[in-house]
Design a protein around this ligand. Structure first.
Ligand code: BEZ
Ligand code: FE
Length: 290
């Protein structure tokens, strides 16, 4: 930018920033001041053409039009693929090193899914049968009984129930509870890797960048317990080929689990009457007090 350009930009920027000076909400004012400054700096930095500005407006319009108010949320997808969701996550979860790490929520959670018993099977579609079991504890290792674990994952075709009308209601979704000693057990299928939706503007963005849309195989968790911070996270299959290149940058080393091949029962699989062989993953979630 030449000095003359800077001279054009700066009064416009100052006027726009200052137009928020009288906002009564102090936080809103802070956010708008910073947003306008950074937006203007970006426009000046790349010397945005009018055609590019219009293309940006079209892109955002289409992003909104793609949202259906239920399962499809293209703005979350955009935030995810730009790394913004993980940045917000990092800013808001820099607390106890002992607590389980968090990751993206994603757009496919559905409220009000079936309450499930300890060890109940949530898979109504085929896959490699798996038992995911473990414990929920506080940062001192005390078990948390009656914690609620909302769990969701895709079917073998890489789609979530709700997203795919062929799947039965509640498939691969459920609300489990820990027992009095903090233990939980989930019968399911081994998660598979899947592409995020590419039939909208975010798909075009990835294409233009030569980026792939794949997420490594994972199981979603949202764990809630009174008096503790809500824990939103995933467990990733440790051997997935996309761990190093997750389309939404969500992978953390501490969240990787092995689905061991089991040809013999353990106490839990025996009591649940699981057929042999099966795959088993174990994990201890550590929740942080509010
Ligand atoms: C998911 O894991 O469900 C997800 C996360 C971010 C974008 C798309 C999907
Ligand atoms: Fe997912």
């Amino acid at each position: 930018m030449t000095d003359q350009d800077k001279a054009i930009a700066s009064p416009i920027t100052e006027q726009s920033v200052n137009s928020f000076n009288d906002a009564p909400d102090v936080r809103f004012k802070q956010i708008m001041h910073s947003l306008v400054r950074h937006l203007h700096a970006f426009v000046s930095d790349v010397e945005l053409t009018e055609a590019e500005w219009l293309e940006g407006i079209r892109f955002l319009t289409e992003t909104g039009q793609m949202c259906d108010g239920q399962v499809r949320q293209e703005f979350i997808l955009l935030s995810d693929t730009l790394g913004v969701s993980m940045l917000v996550d990092a800013i808001n979860h820099r607390h106890s090193a002992r607590a389980t790490e968090t990751t993206v929520f994603g757009p496919f959670y559905i409220e009000g899914m079936p309450e499930r018993e300890y060890g109940e099977n949530m898979a109504l579609t085929p896959g490699d049968q798996a038992l995911v079991r473990g414990r929920v504890v506080d940062t001192r290792g005390n078990p948390l009984g009656e914690a609620v674990l909302d769990v969701w994952q895709t079917a073998g075709n890489g789609m979530y129930s709700g997203q795919d009308s062929e799947q039965p209601f509640g498939n691969l979704r459920g609300r489990y509870r820990t027992d009095a000693n903090g233990y939980f057990a989930i019968r399911t299928i081994v998660p598979v890797c899947y592409p995020i939706p590419t039939d909208g503007p975010v798909g075009r963005l990835l294409d233009a960048a030569n980026r792939h849309p794949w997420r490594p195989a994972h199981l979603h968790f949202m764990i809630q317990m009174r008096g503790f911070r809500k824990l939103v996270t995933h467990l990733f299959n440790h051997d997935d080929p996309y761990l190093e290149s997750d389309a939404v940058f969500g992978v953390k080393q501490s969240l990787q689990v092995i689905y061991e091949h089991r040809v013999a029962h353990d106490d839990v699989s025996a009591s649940l009457g699981i057929d042999l062989p099966f795959r088993r993953a174990c994990y201890e979630f550590v929740m942080e007090a509010e």
